[in-house]
Write a protein that binds this ligand. Structure first.
Ligand SMILES: Cc1cc2nc3c(=O)[nH]c(=O)nc-3n(C[C@H](O)[C@H](O)[C@H](O)COP(=O)(O)OP(=O)(O)OC[C@H]3O[C@@H](n4cnc5c(N)ncnc54)[C@H](O)[C@@H]3O)c2cc1C
Length: 319
């Protein structure tokens, strides 16, 4: 990705922070509206750990990095688009000379500055994974967040769900639609007895013992080793995949810096937006996992389209 010359402040109509499913989709709408738009991207999309992305219209099973690169190449064909490889470290609203509207100054980690009339925040979320030996290195391969993205590939195998919250019982019931399922309580004692009885009646297995480690060759999972208890040796429960409801927090504090309001989502905070994807800060739009309660590349891309159109129409009609 070519780095723009940054000796002076670069001025754009819109800066998109994050160049993945949401950010590139937003920039495409602005490029097609012939607006000067720059995509600043640190290049760490959330699904980079997965070899294949599933369920995306026309691209089911393609490697996610190749999908993003193809989208970037298509966007680069438009003459009003700039790309900067880098990380934005601060954003401030500024009074624009001769205008009642604010503009924004964007500062990159190397100190370079850029300005824009509007911003699109599309910098995604970071996953908070539980600290269990062997879990992190299997993330995206055999430790997974979503059965719609990575369930079909493990259908019929023994599946596991890591207990995380009272909603984990429902999660286990869902996963059981793909294969025989074990709910691993991992030493947590908060599962209510009525819920336990309900899951057992549905044919699920419940393992109360703390997990010692995940085992298997390379990134594959063969089993979950439980800690030894007073009454017996450590057991290994055979398993093909483990589903984990990871917590998700914004990948950058920029939205807090700007004063955007958040709502509580099931996995973590989501930036609040209106129907046009404008945040509670005028001129600042947001899209993708950052604003979604359900995380999915198609939804992130669709949100990016809305944010790009929203930012364009605000340039035309005013805020
Ligand atoms: C392991 C795994 C597998 C998945 N598999 C699938 C699947 O098969 N199908 C599916 O539909 N969904 C899948 N998802 C969900 C999918 O990854 C997300 O929904 C999607 O990536 C969200 O797109 P986004 O553009 O909002 O954010 P991201 O794709 O996370 O992109 C955000 C971009 O912003 C950049 N960035 C962050 N901070 C800054 C900053 N300060 N300055 C500049 N750039 C910044 C990041 O480096 C990154 O490039 C998967 C998720 C995970 C974790």
């Amino acid at each position: 990705m070519a780095r723009a010359a940054m000796t002076t402040t670069q001025a754009y109509e819109v800066i998109v922070i994050g160049g993945s499913f949401a950010g590139l989709s937003a920039a495409m709408q602005l490029a097609r509206a012939r607006r000067r738009v720059c995509v600043v991207n640190a290049g760490q999309p959330r699904n980079r750990f997965a070899a294949a992305s599933h369920g995306f219209f026309g691209q089911d099973g393609e490697p996610p990095l190749a999908m993003i690169e193809q989208a970037r190449r298509k966007l680069a064909a438009y003459p009003t688009v700039g790309f900067v490889q880098g990380t934005v470290v601060s954003v401030t609203a500024q009074q624009r000379a001769g205008s009642p509207e604010n503009g924004f100054e964007v500062v990159l980690e190397d100190g370079a500055t850029m300005e824009a009339h509007k911003l699109v925040l599309a910098f995604g979320v970071q996953d908070g994974l539980p600290e269990i030996a062997g879990l992190r290195e299997r993330w995206g391969a055999s430790v997974l967040h979503c059965p719609y993205c990575h369930g079909y590939e493990f259908a019929g195998q023994r599946l596991g769900v890591l207990y995380h919250s009272p909603q984990s019982g429902m999660h286990a019931q869902l996963i059981a639609d793909w294969g025989p399922t074990t709910l691993f309580l991992n030493g947590d004692t908060t599962l209510e007895s009525a819920e336990r009885e309900r899951l057992l009646a549905l044919g699920m297995t419940i393992e109360p013992a703390p997990i010692a480690a995940l085992e298997g060759p390379g990134q594959a999972l063969q089993g979950v080793r439980l800690q030894a208890t007073g009454s017996g040796d450590a057991r290994v429960v055979p398993l093909g995949a483990l589903y984990v409801a990871a917590t998700a927090r914004p990948a950058s504090p920029l939205a807090e810096q700007l004063g955007c309001a958040f709502d509580d989502g099931p996995m973590g905070p989501c930036i609040r937006t209106d129907a046009n994807k404008m945040t509670t800060v005028p001129g600042v739009y947001a899209a993708g996992d950052l604003t979604l309660m359900r995380h999915n590349a198609t939804l992130a891309s669709a949100e990016g389209v809305l944010a790009g159109v929203g930012a364009h129409q605000a340039l035309v009609f005013g805020p």
